[in-house]
Design a protein around this ligand. Structure first.
Ligand code: BG6
Length: 460
């Protein structure tokens, strides 16, 4: 084997509750923002396919977990659905949800698949959104109670906990870029949501520490490494700002315990500072995590702003940089993003040099392809492009590890093709193909390749 990984390396895939579970009538689940948006904003979902049409993990989890074992996963990340477990956001716990999650966790462990459990993947209960969602500080308390309930119910068996998936996204997509409900476009409100999510993360970590459980707790971040068009000062400034707003803002708060000074200066200059108290800053400074998950899909290439933004317009990080379309860049046209395997190496290096070489793992990485049915031959998706994608990214990851990066595992997005926020089932990502008409889940060529990789703990 040219590329080998440590014996203890975590191999598997990631998924999330709203994207995979589905629901059945009478299961006691409350509505979350996605269930609500599915009804009221159906046109925003590709082909009108909504949360009800998912990969039916709630129904099929036992067979699905068998499928994980079939391809030798030793770990799997999913999230718990807050609105399934606590249908009103606070208060009574749904016994059917407790039974479901207990059995899911037990079955995973019985099959040798370590459960990595995330508390929140974009899916706030609708009742809490109606009270202002994460703009309202009271919701932090509701989240803290929810986290405590989860630790009490499942903390004896779950050893790897994550507070949030991609904390930036609910703020950015929900309050600035009009992609997620409540479809608000207002920077200061987005900044408030992000700040409150960071506080909620800190509160959950504090609760976990107090309970003296034996596991680890962390967070999952999306990191988009930024590359300037040139070394000219104007392009470098554009890159600095893109990185400051979209990565350093959260990473520094979580991993260094403080927001970057530069961010404060810029937000003050533009009168965009959200309400932040000394107690908030103290809480952030006193919180540390055990394990960091990194979702990596693409690089961000930027250049100096070509036009001065309209001062009457909505303030936005995009006031400081333009996207740079690099000639010859390699694209995943289905998703409209660049494929850049070396990005994973650059992230690993940054964690090593800037963030204390903390233990981390690749919590998502993958390639979404539209029209994958065109690649079906002999009843199997022949997704050689996904195998190439995996090999290239894993080669760079392996190199970073050989240079001292503390990477503990690699999770592909995703296990079975699942529903996604907006794109619904347009882009397929799974090791298993989901046939929406029949509900059949069949392995793809990449799934077989991944099994071999895990069994050999490496590849040529
Ligand atoms: C990740 C999210 O950033 O991107 C996932 O954590 C999501 O929830 C994935 O499904 C892929 O996104 P999309 O829109 O291409 O399906």
């Amino acid at each position: 084997m040219n590329r080998t990984f440590p014996k203890t390396f975590f191999w598997g895939a990631a998924s999330s509750a709203t994207q995979a579970e589905g629901r059945k009538i009478g299961d006691g689940k409350g509505e979350n923002i996605w269930d609500y948006a599915s009804k009221e904003y159906n046109h925003r979902f590709y082909d009108g396919v909504t949360t009800e049409t998912t990969s039916l993990f709630y129904r099929d989890y036992q067979q699905d977990i068998q499928k994980m074992q079939d391809i030798s996963f030793n770990s799997f990340r999913t999230s718990l659905s807050w609105s399934r477990l606590i249908p009103n956001g606070t208060g009574a716990v749904n016994p059917e949800a407790v039974a479901f999650y207990n059995d899911m966790i037990n079955k995973l462990i019985a099959k040798g698949v370590e459960p990595f459990i995330n508390l929140y993947h974009f899916d706030i209960p609708m009742v809490l959104q109606e009270r202002g969602g994460f703009e309202n500080k009271e919701v932090i308390d509701a989240y803290k109670q929810y986290a405590k309930t989860c630790f009490e119910l499942f903390g004896d068996r779950v050893k790897y906990w994550f507070t949030f998936n991609e904390p930036m996204i609910p703020a950015e997509a929900g309050y600035l870029h009009d992609r997620h409900y409540p479809y608000v476009v207002d920077f200061k409100r987005a900044a408030t949501v992000l700040h409150n999510i960071i506080l909620a993360h800190c509160e959950a970590v504090a609760v976990y520490r107090k309970m003296n459980l034996s596991g680890k707790i962390g967070i999952i971040m999306d990191v988009i490494p930024v590359y300037p068009r040139s070394q000219n000062p104007a392009d470098l400034y554009a890159a600095e700002m893109a990185d400051l707003f979209y990565t350093k803002s959260v990473n520094d708060a979580i991993l260094k315990g403080k927001y970057p000074e530069r961010l404060k200066d810029v937000l003050t200059e533009y009168n965009q500072v959200p309400e932040v108290t000394d107690a908030d800053l103290k809480l952030i400074a006193s919180t540390s995590i055990d394990l960091l998950g990194i979702n990596y899909y693409r690089p961000r290439r930027v250049k100096a702003k070509e036009c001065v933004p309209n001062p009457q317009g909505v303030f936005s990080p995009e006031w400081f940089f333009d996207e740079y379309v690099m000639p010859g860049r390699r694209m995943n046209t289905s998703r409209g993003i660049e494929i850049y395997p070396k990005g994973i190496y650059d992230i690993a290096k940054k964690i090593q040099t800037e963030y204390g070489n903390i233990d981390w793992f690749v919590s998502e990485n993958g390639i979404g392809i539209e029209g994958e049915e065109a690649f079906i031959e002999d009843g199997m998706v022949q997704d050689d492009y996904r195998i190439d994608f995996l090999k290239e990214h894993l080669t760079y990851l392996n190199q970073a590890m050989s240079e001292g990066s503390n990477c503990l595992g690699y999770h592909m997005w995703t296990f079975v093709d699942c529903w996604s926020w907006g794109n619904a089932y347009k882009n397929r990502y799974g090791f298993y193909r989901m046939d929406l008409a029949t509900g059949a889940k069949t392995i793809k060529k990449s799934g077989l390749w991944f099994k071999e990789l895990i069994e050999n703990n490496g590849f040529d």
